[in-house]
Ligand binder design. Structure first.
Ligand code: URA
Length: 232
């Protein structure tokens, strides 16, 4: 990898800022001051900027426990964003895999690997997502079959794909869906005449929100979790 690209990918300078730092003599490669941006950096080379060693940042994969009241977009004039909860360099390279509503809590995946997030969100791959929903009115047992058969959402032309509903309490259920249509869970309950009053995402694919990940906290996905989310 070129030296200027190495600097960009480790601390997020632009190519021209990296080139300027190199020309100003602020960069060393294996303890030697270097002036050519096109020099190749290879394994075990040590690059320093202003005396501080730079580490290449590879692709990153995180899970976050989203709190109520946070948006999943990168900026919002009225609400805090989930990215404010991250203490990571090169924040502007990260994005969420799909979005949760402002008032939905629970599992959000965050990455800078666009291909990976595309595969997880793509309707083609049918990655299951499980939500715990609390409703305004009791959930009738007949909803299980209705959701399994698919329901027609307002202003849409196709039935929802088969979804699995487990009724947990009078007004509480676990719903596993294979798509990610806009406000899908709330609209599915609306389609059967009910209203979701609270929504929490517990699982994406084989990855469950861990009990010990407190609201507002995040951590890297483990190798095993990443393996569960490898969708080809
Ligand atoms: N379905 C919804 O209605 N809202 C969410 O945040 C996620 C799924």
């Amino acid at each position: 990898m070129r030296l200027d690209k190495f600097i960009c990918d480790s601390i997020g300078l632009t190519r021209s800022q990296a080139g300027k730092a190199i020309r100003q003599g602020l960069v060393t490669l294996n303890d030697k001051k270097v002036k050519q941006a096109a020099l190749q950096v290879i394994d075990n080379d040590v690059v320093c900027l202003d005396g501080a060693q730079l580490q290449l940042i590879g692709l990153r994969y995180f899970m976050l426990h989203k709190p109520d009241g946070y948006v999943c977009s990168t900026d919002d004039p009225d609400h805090p964003t989930v990215f404010m909860l991250l203490d990571e360099p090169l924040l502007d390279r990260l994005h969420t895999v799909g979005r949760l509503d402002l008032d939905t809590t629970g599992l959000v995946l965050i990455t800078d690997d666009g291909q990976w997030s595309h595969r997880i969100s793509s309707p083609k791959h049918h990655v299951a997502k499980t939500y715990r929903a609390w409703t305004a009115d009791p959930i009738p047992a007949s909803a299980v079959q209705q959701f399994a058969d698919g329901v027609m959402l307002r202003n849409e032309k196709n039935l929802t794909l088969p979804a699995e509903l487990k009724i947990i309490g009078e007004c509480e259920a676990l719903l596993t869906i294979q798509e990610g249509r806009y406000h899908q869970v709330k609209r599915m309950f609306a389609a059967i005449g009910n209203k979701v009053v609270q929504l929490h995402r517990e699982k994406i694919g084989g990855v469950q929100l861990p009990d010990d990940l407190a609201v507002g906290e995040y951590r890297e996905l483990s190798a095993e979790q990443l393996h569960l989310l490898q969708i080809k």
